[in-house]
Design a protein around this ligand. Structure first.
Ligand code: FAD
Length: 495
């Protein structure tokens, strides 16, 4: 959602190229911005510096099915990892919707997640090892549970502070994961989710999991948000492999979608067909009193049809009237599960207050919903209204004990609000982490640690203030947006 013209674009072909680039940058104090597919939403992949495009040179991929691991270069996509693992009955369980194009480097850097995260966690849980190029140009392999020499350690007081101050949400991609680092002592937990600010990832060693043999599910409609929120803890207790919300704010964009206040799509993976069917029956029976709509599916084919309504969401939002744009500025907040109903109600109220429609959907089972703001950019004051919406939603998340990002990262967009969520002392620890890894601040400055002139909506890609770019490129970028063509490599747009 940002447009920032970089100073240069480097396209390294191998680790030696990255090392040379980082060494040169360190000598000249030039900032580098690692970038994968460029699908990240928080503006961590753009900036006024040199882009390091990692989407092409790092394509090695090998599956060791006996050990259930895959070693993948940073450019390899989630879809490619899964395609290689599938013949062995294996998969990488967290399933970002952008899996067709999101790279291993980008997924690790943002701690990406997806619908299945409600059961299998975010990518963090599945990273066994990383190959990184550090800010001084050295190459290092970091592995889990091997007691690697760490660049950063925590005192007992800091550990207590972290336990106190980190919000208790099921997902979090907001800042350095010092809570996870405290628990595991593994350096990987600091690096996962560090958004290209501590090191450049060149390869990932993934742990893989067997593909469960049987799946069933249901679409459950509710007459009001309260009934939906009340149903969530019960459904989570049945261990769904996905529990996704489609709010009325989104359903109205989808032709032929059921007309209820909101829908939940629940998916269950089990070892036997009987168990998969049985749990769907339990879910429907348990919620009989509160359901306004039910459709069930007892196998993969039927379930794919149920998911269709969710798949139509993105393309329908992409085809808004030309005066209205879909901007991801408040898109990734996550709250404790019991606050989800209040969060969605608060989002709807803020949308009405500021005259900016929103579309709400996503990972209800994790207390994590996406919110696309849909401002009419022909209205003179749309930018001020959008900023007020951003501020109000930040307040709402703070009040509900939430975090500003569940899976996309804070990037440049949310760096300036982190201190409000964690407090000054934890933020000081974040600064210590950054200094330990990147003392010259050459890796993605302004991301996670905010720039002194942080201004979240200053570099939007739309409106009068948008940086000028050649007309043909602007047209191609707009086509990508209209046709949801996110898989088209951005480097190809200039051909
Ligand atoms: C239609 C759509 C659907 C999406 N759905 C999901 C979803 O379901 N779940 C989800 O988690 N996200 C989703 N996203 C967001 C995005 O796809 C993820 O954040 C993804 O992990 C980013 O991968 P990327 O390769 O595009 O990285 P980029 O966008 O290029 O970069 C993202 C961040 O990672 C850093 N980075 C990239 N490569 C490296 C590297 N090699 N080393 C160090 N740092 C690096 C960048 O500096 C930046 O801070 C979606 C995006 C779109 C457009």
């Amino acid at each position: 959602m940002y447009r920032i013209i970089p100073d240069a674009v480097a396209i390294p072909q191998d680790t030696a190229d990255v090392v040379a680039l980082v060494q040169r940058a360190a000598e000249r104090r030039t900032a580098l911005i690692p970038r994968g597919a460029g699908s990240g939403m928080a503006g961590g992949n753009v900036g006024p510096a040199a882009i390091v495009d990692m989407s092409r040179g790092f394509t090695d991929l090998a599956v060791d099915h006996e050990k259930r691991v895959a070693r993948a270069g940073a450019s390899v996509t989630w879809a490619q990892v899964n395609e290689a693992a599938k013949p062995y009955g294996l998969r990488l369980p967290p399933d970002p919707s952008s899996g067709l194009f999101a790279t291993c480097g980008g997924m690790v850097a943002t701690n990406a997640a997806g619908p299945r995260t409600v059961r299998y966690g975010s990518v963090r849980r599945w990273v066994e090892g990383l190959e990184i190029v550090e800010a001084d140009g050295s190459v290092r392999t970091v592995q889990r549970e091997t007691g690697n020499e760490k660049r950063f350690t925590l005192t007992a007081d800091s550990r207590r502070l972290i336990a106190e101050r980190f919000p208790k949400t099921r997902k979090n991609s907001s800042g350095y994961a010092l809570d996870r680092f405290t628990e595991s002592g593994d350096e990987i937990d600091v690096l996962v989710g560090s958004e290209g600010t501590l090191a450049i990832v060149t390869a990932v060693r993934w742990r893989l999991d067997p593909i469960p043999p049987h799946t069933a599910g249901a679409v459950l409609g509710f007459a009001d948000l309260g009934a939906m929120a009340d149903a969530i803890p019960f459904l989570v207790s049945l261990q769904p492999s996905a529990l996704e919300l489609l709010d009325d704010t989104l359903l109205r964009f989808i032709p032929d979608a059921p007309r209820t206040a909101c829908l939940l799509i629940a998916e269950f993976e089990r070892e036997t067909a009987t168990a998969a069917r049985g749990v769907v029956g339990d879910a429907v029976r348990g919620l009989k009193q509160s359901l306004a709509h039910v459709e069930t599916a007892v196998d993969r084919k039927g379930l794919d049809q149920l998911w269709q309504v969710r798949r139509l969401a993105s393309p329908s939002l992409a085809r808004l009237p030309s005066s209205q744009r879909s901007l991801q500025v408040i898109e990734d907040g996550c709250v404790p599960l019991e606050q989800l109903g209040e969060y969605v109600t608060g989002l709807r109220d803020a949308s009405t207050r500021h005259g900016i429609p929103v579309a709400i959907f996503g990972h209800a089972g994790d207390g994590h919903v996406h919110v696309n703001a849909l401002p009419d950019i022909t209205r003179p004051s749309w930018r001020d209204a959008l900023r007020r919406l951003f501020d109000d939603v930040t307040e709402l998340l703070l009040r509900l004990g939430g975090v500003p990002s569940g899976e996309h990262g804070v990037g440049r967009l949310r760096a300036g609000v982190l201190e409000r969520f964690y407090g000054g002392e934890v933020m000081a620890l974040f600064h210590d982490v950054k200094r330990a890894y990147d003392p010259l601040t050459i890796l993605n400055p302004g991301v996670i640690i905010p720039a002194t002139d942080w201004s979240p909506l200053a570099a939007l890609k739309v409106g009068d203030g948008a940086a000028p770019i050649p007309d043909d490129i602007a047209t191609r970028l707009r086509d990508v947006e209209r046709n949801a063509g996110w898989a088209i490599p951005k480097l190809e747009l200039t051909n």
